[in-house]
Design a protein around this ligand. Sequence first.
Ligand SMILES: [Zn+2]
Length: 544
Amino acid sequence: MAALGHRVLRAVEEIVREEMTAAGAQEVLLPVVQPLELWERSGRSDDYGPLMFRLRDRKDTAFALAPTAEEVITATVAADLSSYRDLPVNLFQIGWKYRDELRPRFGLLRTREFLMKDAYSFDADVDGLRVTYQKMYDAYHRVFERCGLTFRPVEAQAGEIGGDVNHEFMAVAAVGEDAFVWCRSCDYAANVEAARRRASPTDGADTPPMPDTSGVPEPEIVDTPDMPGIDAVATHLHEPPDALLKTMAFRMESEEGDAGVGLALVPGDRDLNEFALAAALAPRKVALFGEDDFAANPALPVGFLGPHAEGVDLVVADPGVATRTEWVSGANETDHHVRHLAPGRDFTIHTWAEIATVSTGDGCPRCDGELSVDRGIEVGHTFQLGTKYSEALDARYLDESGESHPMVMGCYGIGLSRIVAAVVEEHHDDDGMVWPADLAPYDVHLVALPGKGDTAAAVSTAADRLYAALGDRGLSVLYDDRDARPGVKFADADLVGMPVQLTLGAKGLERGVVERKIRAGGERDEVAIDDVDALATPPGAKAT
Ligand SMILES: [Zn+2]
């Protein structure tokens, strides 16, 4: 199986190499053992800290095992290129990278060494960088499409990285490390903090239309001993979770330094998006209550908060709070909740803002489709770096009038082993792998079933001849000529998942046919054994 995995990795590597070359990048091979001095000049030796493997040579010079190569490539380009005529240049390599992970995981995701494609572009100005970046962005789409992945590029939060453009390419995979939101119908995607759902008709208004609460009974306090959580209370009171109101307390501070206490309200089946709350109340600073804050505010008992609390300066609600006439909420009294709490009648809302997280099934903000919240594997990342590294490492060029400028850089990573992890996740069924044709370790899985009868030798000979003939046609063939029962061979063929399975037994040979099965859909048919051309171009297999 390790050998099959290696063939898949090589296939991914070839796709990446082809698409990088087509995008105008040139392949290089950079040193793995890098002078630490370069990392000190860029300031990243400290940033990486213990994540970087460090070593010293016999002369006590410090080195690092490459976790990435911005410094080395920038120093190399600085030494080689100096004129505007040399630019733009885009260089990539495919090689091993090293990180001293605190908690390395087995498998392909977070490991101490991993196979990566990293590319670095050098342009004369920002306009040039944008052109190069777009070419690479498009090439990334082709790479992941050819690998058969469901993926979306997610634009990273502006501000987080100083305003530079930056995309994470996320492949949908249950084993992924990060949750993200994507549309099944269009290319909308966002990380959970930045995701928005389709605006309801009431959004955008300062105050959504309030429900008619005239028929709601008076509020009623109920005992909910040791039930600070939504689910326990909902079960105890026989209410659905979305009938409960989630109330979160926060501290806020104005630019002038005035402090206050606020409450944030979202329907009980959703979570508070802290990022959206902070954005809605900016420029005030917002921090959710911690233990100390609850201790200092006995009127706000943790786990039993309600929107009608005393001594609160601001109540912020998600528009979803206006969709019900009454709510179950904490009673602002430990071990008690209150039912029949009507918005507008029993509690006041000062500010409306979309502060609830997006859930699967919410409408897409860009199309008529539905959003899906899933885990994903980050298979690629592209950055518009600007001049951070070229300034630190003196990668400068002279323009037409002899003036010196720092080169404008981009960098582009693809995790090859991560692609394999994502493909395994997306392309398997209960019986095993179902490799996409472009990545399959072999085009064809040939199963010989000679049996024990008089015809055994003839079947083996015919299967050997077929194996050779398929190879002559340029197909890669995994040949199962083991002395094993047919059931074992079929199960193994499904498990390892080549696109096409060919089976030759005594009965088929008698009639001059081979049974063909397409792994992906399970369709079977028979093909004449001497019609190697038909066998050599089976549907779903790649012509090599
Ligand atoms: Zn959409």
